[in-house]
Design a protein around this ligand. Structure first.
Ligand code: 13P
Length: 250
């Protein structure tokens, strides 16, 4: 039985005081949550402060990106070593906003996953199609291509603990959520691809999150589907009560 995992991707929201308040609100609501693994992913600048707030609770800490190198001349970048030092448990990689605005490729995301593994941080690997790709009937081609690229040569023993987030780009921040059937179709295809790339045991163990306009009032229907094991939440993660409302659906 896969334990659901709900992660809040705060994106570029949460100056220090606001981030501390939100983290405290999440801890007050979910600090002893047992029905799901819960994580908050604040901006880098708030990781340290939020780390202190979530410490010792059931709320885990995530980052939104990392560099694939441990150190060096990479101005403006953040190493997985620095994240580990702050107690980061998870790191989102390959979010569609990074693919779109910062030209991240599957190969880069693959390198980031390998770097995170070196430091015991669990990647949340994002995939998802654009609206035009869906309209052209290319959803599964695109998403499974991303899965193969991002997961190339990842070690099985690490991959089995990793998380994949299916986030259709057209559903992100638009209020237009995928139907449970649309999401389930892609999740089932990702799981079948995992069985091909690795084996059935791994495919059955890896948790697949849905992301894109997930809210307390649509989370239950999505998570009722066989292959949907939680959510990567944007807008609704910026209020502790709506985030907690989604966790309550698990
Ligand atoms: P929204 O929940 O705001 O649509 O964002 C989803 C997302 O991109 C999470 O990573």
């Amino acid at each position: 039985m896969r334990k659901p995992i709900i992660a809040g991707n705060w994106k570029m929201n949460g100056a220090l005081e606001e981030a501390q308040k939100l983290a405290q609100g999440v801890v007050d609501a979910l600090g002893d949550a047992k029905n799901a693994d819960v994580a908050v992913c604040p901006p880098f600048t708030a990781l340290s402060a939020v780390s202190m707030i979530v410490k010792g609770t059931n709320v885990k800490l995530g980052a939104q990106n990392c560099n694939e190198n441990d150190s060096g001349a990479y101005t403006g970048e953040i190493s997985p070593v620095f994240l580990k030092e702050l107690g980061v448990d998870y790191c989102i990689i390959g979010h569609s906003e990074r693919r779109q605005y910062y030209a991240e490729t599957d190969a880069k995301i693959n390198a980031k996953a390998k770097a995170l593994y070196q430091h015991g941080i669990i990647p949340i690997i994002c995939v998802g199609e654009l609206l035009d790709e869906r309209k052209a009937g290319r959803t599964l081609d695109v998403v499974l291509g991303q899965v193969r690229g991002c997961l190339a040569e990842l070690p099985r023993e690490k991959m089995i603990e990793s998380v994949i987030a299916y986030e259709p780009v057209w559903a992100i921040g638009t209020g237009e959520v995928a139907t449970p059937e649309q999401a389930q179709e892609v999740h089932a295809a990702i799981r079948a691809e995992l069985a091909k790339l690795f084996d059935q045991e791994l495919a059955d163990a890896v948790r697949l999150q849905y992301g894109g306009s997930m809210k307390p009032d649509n989370a239950e229907g999505l998570m009722a589907k066989a292959d949907i094991d939680g959510g990567l939440i944007g807008g609704a993660a910026l209020k502790a009560d709506s985030f907690a409302g989604i966790v309550a659906c698990c």
